[in-house]
Design a protein around this ligand. Structure first.
Ligand code: ATP
Ligand code: MG
Length: 254
């Protein structure tokens, strides 16, 4: 890896009580490179994400983000530093409009910076930014609908917009296409690629769906029973016998 990684993990491990779930994971995410962590159910992907993104402190190992040691730093402190994550389960305010869902993180984001502006100008600026973010993810036309009324795929786009409103350097997505139909999945893949190329956002995602992984990620890490089994580009992962045996099975030939 030529560039300094935006995220560097060293020997990360985590136990729930006496149950050691992930062990000795070392990996790096290069800025701008679409990176994926894959693995079957229960491999430890969400645990890894939670440990890295400040949900809880990992039992072992170090996490560096943008050159700073952030091991155990809680999630709310990572957000202003530019590290954000989404959850496997949708996490929006169902009884607010889409616009309000985006205004909440925007107000938080600009809490200090906008304080000097008169309230009307502040309001206009916030709405304009919210519209830009909604436009980025393609749901501006639903801005004044209740979030709860949207189809599932659009709810996940709202979630993506909430993340983008904080102007992240690194976005960790835990199964961004989980539960989506093929059309919604296609839209999400397209969006992730576009955000990465047009706006330079770095994404690090977990996935079950091989087609998604192979179509978006240029660097893939494979987690199996809590340890890293393989790493490389999609050709390397497809050709890896251990991965085929342990995880991919027939779908490796898709
Ligand atoms: N809070 C917890 N306490 C105890 N065990 C847990 C806890 N959370 C997860 N586990 C266990 O840790 C293991 C890894 O779970 P994790 O959710 O990290 O896997 P995953 O790879 O994200 O799976 P999936 O693909 O189903 O989302 C599983 O055996 C799970 O049952
Ligand atoms: Mg998971």
């Amino acid at each position: 890896m030529s560039e300094t990684p935006i995220l560097q993990i060293e020997n990360l491990g985590h136990s729930y009580g006496r149950y050691l779930v992930i062990r000795d994971i070392s990996l790096a995410v290069a800025p701008g490179e679409l990176t994926a962590l894959i693995g079957p159910n229960g491999a430890g992907k969400t645990t890894f994400y939670n440990a890295v993104s400040g949900h809880f402190r990992p039992t072992r190992g170090r996490v560096h983000f943008n050159g700073r040691d952030i091991t155990g730093v809680p999630a709310h402190k990572l957000v202003p530093m530019g590290l954000l994550r989404s959850f496997q389960i949708t996490n929006i305010f169902p009884n607010l409009t889409v616009m309000e869902n985006i205004l909440v993180p925007l107000v938080l984001h600009h809490r200090k910076g906008f304080a000097f502006l008169p309230s009307l100008r502040r309001k206009k600026k916030l709405y304009r930014e919210a519209e830009e973010v909604l436009d980025k993810v393609g749901i501006l036309s639903s801005a004044y609908r209740l979030a709860n009324e949207l189809p599932y795929g659009d709810k996940r786009l709202v979630e993506m917009a909430i993340v983008l409103a904080r102007n992240p350097k690194l976005v960790m997505l835990d199964e961004p296409t989980a539960g989506m139909n093929p059309e919604e999945t296609e839209r999400m893949i397209h969006l992730i690629k576009e955000l990465a190329t047009r706006f330079g956002t770095t994404f690090f995602l977990t996935e079950h769906d091989m087609k998604v992984v192979f179509s978006v990620a240029s660097m893939i890490y494979v987690l199996h029973q809590g340890v890293l089994l393989a790493q490389g580009d999609k050709e390397a992962i497809r050709a890896n016998t251990a991965v085929r045996e342990a995880y991919l099975g027939g779908s490796a030939r898709d």
